[in-house]
Design a protein around this ligand. Sequence first.
Ligand code: SOE
Length: 378
Amino acid sequence: MSDIKVGLIGYKFMGKAHTQAYRNTNFYFEPQAPYQLKVICGRNEKSVKSAAHTYGWESYETDWRSVIERDDIDLIDIGTPSNTHKDIAIAAAKAGKHVLTEKPMALSVSDAKEMLQAVTEAGVQHMVSFNYRRIPAIALAKRLLSEGRIGDVYHIRAHYLQDWLADPQSPFAWRLDKNVAGSGAHGDLNAHIVDLARYLVGEFAEVIGLSETFVKERPVDSDEGKRDVTVDDTTLFMARFDNGAVGSFEATRYATGRKNKKYIEINGSGGSIVFDFKSMNELQFFSNEDEEHIQGYKTILVTEPDAHDYMKAWWPPGHLIGYEHTFTHQANDLANAITREHPVYPNFEDGLRCQQVLEAVENSVKTRTWEIVEKSND
Ligand code: SOE
């Protein structure tokens, strides 16, 4: 295979993050098949044309269908609002293209199942952009867990906190419309910590949650009116895992002062690990193996090339990396999977499992009871 020719749908926050990932993958990781930035797509011609120029894409389109019809594209990357993911992903798979989609993968479990079926039937690569898995400190946490260094897991407590809606006068945005976003803080933020919990601890067995929408309507930017908010502002839930561990999860857009706080603590019979995104190059590790008089949490600075292959591409030990690198690592893993024809994770099956957890929580909010998490693909 020569190059991986990319068609990127969406050019805003995620469009920018994914674009730099393709460029930096080529530059730092030198994959067997480099990425070619073929075409970027968005509905507003003036804006997408300017993005194509600034980001360095060869061409632009204003209709995603035209991108999929092109036979010079190998990979469709979906960075648009959640209600568009299903149609684009299924059309891309049917056209024989590999698919990377932003999270949450779909609006519902049944949509996610259709998407998984389409990519499986087409035999293309599929991946969901749960980019926080690609933080070297998270990869190290996974390794410590796999090596049994904290023993059997008892607890996971995780939260993902933002505050961009804390002001009741903040304007309405697409993320507040259920038809477009699927859900609110739950699908946007809990989706990330659910994926990390599945990655680090295992499969969810049952859940019980509560949601709240604090501000029921918001001013519309462009006129005098207001629009109803149809999603959750916050969702909290408790969970039991198949392996006996228990967990608590919280996502909110009302944690005043917390711009993007993601925190995960896992306690086991032999120790604990703690990750806080504000210090994303670090992992806290407590081990019962240490002699008692020197026991305590140690801070591991995860910049050694030995910590993870990702770090081999970057700077000498001690030089830190950031948020954008997570997307570069993701793009590099996807390039390797495409050229070497091996699976890449998290894939659409992981996206579906995450959706099944999210939907079980939503059901439990309605029924006010524990809900079993379904795990079937059919
Ligand atoms: C908005 O809440 C958002 O951009 C999420 O959609 C991302 O997934 C998250 O990482 C940062 O915040």
